[in-house]
Design a protein around this ligand. Sequence first.
Ligand code: SF4
Length: 354
Amino acid sequence: MAIFDPLADKALRRETPTREELRSVLAASDDDTLDAVAAAFRVRLRYFGRHVKLNYLVNLKSGLCPEDCFYCSQRLGSDADIVKYTWLRPDETRAAVDSGIEGGAARVCLVASGRGPTDRDVARLGGTIEQIKADHPSVEVCACLGLLSEGQAERLRAAGVDAYNHNLNTSSERYGEICTTHDFTDRVDTVERAKHAGLSPCSGLIAGMGESDDDLIDALFSLRELAPDSVPVNFLIPFEGTPLAGHWDLTPQRCLRILCAARFVFPDAEVRLAGGREVHLRAMQPLALHVVNSIFLGDYLTSEGQPGAQDLQMIHDAGFVAGSADDASEATIDYRDLVKSRQRGAGTDQPPNA
Ligand code: SF4
């Protein structure tokens, strides 16, 4: 029997792994990592088949945030070279949403920088969301607007929002090391408010911020208590101009082990490979699709992702299907373009491709 088969069996029975079991995944050697992926794949296959859900991010308000989350390029005092703007107009938001949906997204994630929305922000956004839902009734709308105050989750739900994202990001114990302007409990409270209002809870983490295996396990267990429907796993994009610049602590194999641990804790929840996948998994992204069942299409909030068409091609080539069973979209790259006669190196006066 392969090493991680018992963990897969447990996940298939929807039993939570022990801390020791998760440690064994996170601390596995690179040689054993494929075994963890194979075990996680059994779980993924059972609950999600070969489907990959596509989500599309729209940054409604970029940068200029008064909060100081150390990992964030939009934070207070960030020198990161990012696009900054205040709220998009409704027509700009709808145009961005339309692009994502045309690209194959089943969910659009409307995100705004800031500590949390004002009641006026919620009211204004509500009108845009109603229009989006009227134009695209089958598309899920997820809002990610920061900490919610009393009644805001209910108003978002009434406007047609399906889900709310608010990540826990790391363990409660080390939260003070990645942010000083709000705390872990604030984050938990907002996820609870969203759930209470009938919004589908989306909450995940960021790896690669100097955390230990135990921190990751603590974060996963805290998330499990919230019972999120979707769990984005981000890998730190260490922007220059932020306090975590220079944190290149992850390897593709480490990322795969973190995703496997998330899958074993959340066997039947949507585990999403989120920000940082291109940066840290690089050529190993297709392997990660054997563990996760959801990705973001195209770009992130402040950084570029690989082109959306390449995402679709990657999913197709890895043997997966973008979208649900009913609306699976196919990659449209013309393979004939891949065959090019060599015009460099030996026999030519052009430098070789070496
Ligand atoms: S994560 Fe959100 S709250 Fe924190 S600095 Fe970035 S935009 Fe602001």
